[in-house]
Design a protein around this ligand. Structure first.
Ligand code: NAG
Ligand code: NAG
Ligand code: NAG
Ligand code: NAG
Length: 278
């Protein structure tokens, strides 16, 4: 067995490391952030970096307007602007004759504005149904939108698959509710939440103006019915009694006239006949 000699082992190791097969890629390319949510026509910063100590070349590949803000040998920071639609950008670095890339996903969003709430009807009896139509204009992406119906501080119901008129980026939900709790005015609001967390953003909230629903006791209604009935009956009795009274007084009159007739006849009798009988 031949001896490797004094430099045998290190040389063998070096030979193994340097010249075994195709050149190994020993660096990484990174990007921060990996996902970026940008408002329509907005801009965002992207940092492309590498672990390669002396990259030959590096940059950001995009057709969008970009500006190199700052750089060091191992990183470059860009400002990308006028982003009007979802897009992917590519960071690249060349190191020791090899190149690597990493992709940045940019999503464009439109925050919820003009959240509206319409109650129909605006006055209901306790325990009966009403609808609350919640709408939001110009919001993107709709799949990240949740519309929530709130009463005071309380969340009543939320809805994530918002019906949309995609062309206008509008969304609306009709909540079907029943007036509960008690009578009196109830204050409702609709909250729109656009969740951009899966796209590298935050949750953006917007709330409608308060709308008031007047709830009344249906008991009041039956009381009203009773009152109306009683008044009607009383009125009927009153009118009837007046009519009866009128008819009766008419008859009495006739009777009285009859009585006077007798008296008249009596008077007309001859004096003698009258004295005879008295
Ligand atoms: C860009 O990223 C690199 C590597 O993570 C970091 O060292 C550097 O500070 C970043 N530059 C800026 C401007 O944030
Ligand atoms: C922004 O982009 C739109 C189309 O994407 C283009 O028409 C417009 O000129 C651009 N504006 C600037 C300031 O680059
Ligand atoms: C929607 O409502 C459910 C309970 O009704 C709640 O657990 C959930 O967190 C709500 N979602 C949002 C986005 O408010
Ligand atoms: C309310 O009712 C209508 C019609 O029945 C239905 O289309 C709608 O999805 C309902 N809304 C909710 C939030 O359940």
């Amino acid at each position: 067995m031949p001896s490797l000699g004094r430099w045998g082992l290190p040389t063998a190791l070096l030979t193994l490391l340097c010249c075994s097969g195709p050149a190994e890629i020993t660096f990484e390319v990174d990007v921060w952030p990996e996902k970026l949510a940008v408002e329509t026509s907005g801009s965002g910063r992207v940092n492309c970096s590498t672990t390669c100590t002396q990259p030959e070349l590096g940059g950001l590949e995009t057709s969008l307007t970009k500006q190199l803000v700052d750089q060091r040998p191992q990183w470059q920071q860009y400002l990308v602007s006028n982003i009007s639609q979802d897009v992917s950008l590519i960071c690249y670095f060349f190191c020791a004759g090899n190149s690597l890339t990493k992709t940045v996903h940019i999503s464009v969003y439109q925050p919820p504005q003009q959240v509206t709430l319409k109650l129909r009807p605006i006055r209901v009896a306790l325990g009966t149904a009403f609808t609350a139509e919640c709408g939001v204009a110009a919001v993107k992406p709709l799949e990240g939108l949740t519309l929530t119906l709130q009463r005071g501080q309380e969340t009543l119901q939320n809805w994530t698959s918002v019906e949309a008129a995609p062309a206008r980026g509008e969304g609306s939900v009709t909540f079907n509710r029943t007036a509960q709790g008690g009578s009196g005015p109830l204050t409702f609001r609709c909250q729109a939440a656009l969740d951009l967390r899966s796209k590298g953003g935050d949750v953006i909230y917007s709330v409608s103006e308060a709308q008031v629903l007047q709830v009344y006791e249906p008991v009041q209604d039956s009381q009203m019915v009773i009152i109306v009935t009683v008044v009607s009956v009383l009125l009927f009795l009153f009118v009837t009694s007046i009519l009866l009274c009128f008819i009766m007084s008419h008859r009495k009159c006739q009777r009285q006239r009859g009585y006077y007739g007798v008296l008249e006849a009596w008077r007309r009798l001859p004096q003698a006949f009258r004295t005879q009988h008295v």
